[in-house]
Design a protein around this ligand. Structure first.
Ligand code: HEC
Length: 192
């Protein structure tokens, strides 16, 4: 019986949240990366739209967004990306932890919280390694509607259909939560 309880406890710690120590610096580092990611994406998107409208900017999102995320991942040895409850690119689909946070964000929005300020962080233990997981909600702005809205121009729509046959990221309205940035930082086996 005792063994069973121990096993059960071990099983729980393998997936459960760890009581957080002081990870203020690591949380701030995640926040800084998200802010840089957001700025870079917005600049590239605006430049792409100015050069040739949404159709041109689709290539920017298609190629640049994953490339930028990858640069941040490699630079820090983190996992950096974007995800959503309704993804355009299936490669951005949420894992179970991200899914529960995205659902909680929707709940918080229903309770009146502003999506622009929504974030969540948690220290978890995965495969014996402590990891800091951080997510920040991404609200839908007017600029996003050209490619995620209810009335996407037919040429842009055709281009999107070709690139993303399983696209679920249409039909959004301003203020909706489009998705979230997500960062996983390994904290190592030792320490706090
Ligand atoms: C010019 C078209 C275009 C515009 C404008 C645009 N997006 Fe996207 N968006 C895309 C494409 C294409 C992808 C798929 C990128 C990929 O393959 O990872 C995407 C993916 C995303 C994702 C990743 C999750 C998913 O659905 O795969 C998020 C989050 C997102 N966009 C948010 C936004 C927000 C917020 C705005 C406005 C600030 C915006 N987008 C504006 C084309 C656009």
């Amino acid at each position: 019986m005792r063994q069973l309880i121990t096993l059960f406890a071990l099983g729980m710690t393998a997936i459960s949240a760890v009581h957080a120590g002081d990870y203020t610096a690591e949380i701030d580092a995640s926040r800084a990366t998200v802010s840089e990611f957001m700025q870079t994406l917005k600049q590239e998107l605006l430049a792409g739209m100015q050069d040739g409208g949404p159709v041109n900017a689709i290539s920017v999102c298609n190629l640049s967004a994953p490339a930028i995320a990858n640069t941040y991942s490699v630079r820090n040895d983190w996992d950096v990306g974007r995800t959503s409850l309704r993804v355009r690119n299936p490669a951005n689909a949420p894992d179970p932890w991200e899914l529960s946070v995205l659902e909680a964000f929707e709940e918080r929005k229903r309770a009146g919280e502003d999506p622009a300020k929504m974030e969540h962080h948690e220290v978890v233990r995965q495969d014996g390694v402590k990891k800091l997981r951080y997510m920040k909600a991404i609200p839908t702005a007017k600029l996003c509607l050209a490619c995620h809205g209810e009335h996407v121009d037919s040429i842009a729509r055709a281009r999107l259909e070709k690139l993303y046959p399983d696209d679920q990221a249409l039909g959004y309205r301003t203020g909706d939560i489009r998705g979230a940035f997500s960062i996983t930082q390994p904290l190592g086996t030792a320490g706090k």
